[in-house]
Design a protein around this ligand. Sequence first.
Ligand SMILES: Nc1nc2c(ncn2[C@@H]2O[C@H](COP(=O)(O)OP(=O)(O)OP(=O)(O)O)[C@@H](O)[C@H]2O)c(=O)[nH]1
Ligand SMILES: [Mg+2]
Length: 447
Amino acid sequence: MEDTICAIATSLGVGAISIIRISGPQAIEIVNSIFSRDIRAMASHTIKYGHIVSENEQIDEVLLMLMKAPKTYTKEDIIEINCHGGLNTTNKVLELLLKNGCRLAEPGEFTKRAYLNGRINLLEAEAVGELIKAKSDSKRKLSLNQLGGNLTKKIVNIRDMLLSLMANIEVNIDYPEYTDNLVITKNLLKNKLTPIEQELKSLVKGAKYGRIVNNGLKVAIVGKPNVGKSSILNHLLDEEKAIVTDIAGTTRDIIEGTISLNGIEVTLIDTAGIHETDDVVESLGVQKSKESISNADVVLLVLDGAKPIDEEDASLLNTVPKDKTIIFVNKNDSLIEQQIATDLPIVFGNTKELNGLDELKNKLIEYFDINNINKDLTYLSNARQTDLINKASTALRDGLKNLDDGIPVDMIESNLKSCFDYLGQIIGDTYDEAVIDRLFQDFCVGK
Ligand SMILES: Nc1nc2c(ncn2[C@@H]2O[C@H](COP(=O)(O)OP(=O)(O)OP(=O)(O)O)[C@@H](O)[C@H]2O)c(=O)[nH]1
Ligand SMILES: [Mg+2]
């Protein structure tokens, strides 16, 4: 971090203004050497008008913003040069900075410095990256809330409670003769850990919600041929995306489309009808349909309501994963009386009179608790955070279980320590350099 880094912070292309950002100990000195006015005595958080010059040639007319350490994004001296937009001018100013001692910043390096200098924690740094990429209101709010600090506060509070319990247990071990210290008994520890377990559980549940907001949901539409899978896809998308005919085996490959359910991105995946076939192309399609079942968040198993359940339907009803399947009995415009023996959620409808499709959407909203997801939007979200909160929660649960199994209080401390460490990794209090490097590589240059 002794280097002074620079990068174009705005997207490169023809535009009114481009911003070049410089951060580091030599920022003022380097910019001073290419600016028409002396900025060494310039007050912090002010703007100066002038020209970028190289060997007496004016390169551009600019506004220069100076922010002196430590009240800056990186906690280092930062200068932002507002130059005219466009490739040539912007690149020329950047080249001059590089020639005069700056190094080109790596992706996310400004935010990495903000984190390493203690301006933001790792959770907040990740939120910055997500905020820039956010393409929907929900994603934007999720990132903004992570940046807002409430989650950090929750995690810091839990860690403080764990730390004070661990310290108290240590004191009990090291100074058993001091009777005025609070003695952590099994019951006392259980009473203290139970609310923490609840809090961790809610963070784990929140992380599931956060993942849904960030990654959306995948719904695989499966069933035997000709039951109306592609018709359902088309109607849900409100677009003639897939070919529909009365010939069984019309769809041979995966066809995808995306809808928004109360702000959550839902990818609908139409698949080839699953059945035994000798046709090479069709059987490859069937293979893909089966893969879609394993990759989906929910499987929509479509049955033909106009015909009795046959062996192929029965076999599918048996093989679909019970924990993530909804049944849609299609063609109820010509429904025959029949009983479908299943405990799975079931919706009846058809694509001719457009019956049951709204109910199906509501079922999906209910199934994934989408209305509740949207209420709060203060969740951990990415895979790293989810993995760590799961581990933290498991460590604490293990501690409580060990207590119940009669393991002495002082031996529970290692469970508490694991929980404490996993939570620390979420906010980057303890960190692994490789993880940090990988994390910032996903950022754009200039952030
Ligand atoms: N009566 C009636 N016919 C329907 C309904 N939905 C689809 N169909 C008809 O059923 C036939 C098959 O529809 P598709 O949507 O192509 O069925 P699929 O499940 O995608 O078929 P494959 O791609 O071959 O697996 C077409 O002739 C549709 O018009 C419905 O709700 N009622
Ligand atoms: Mg089809």
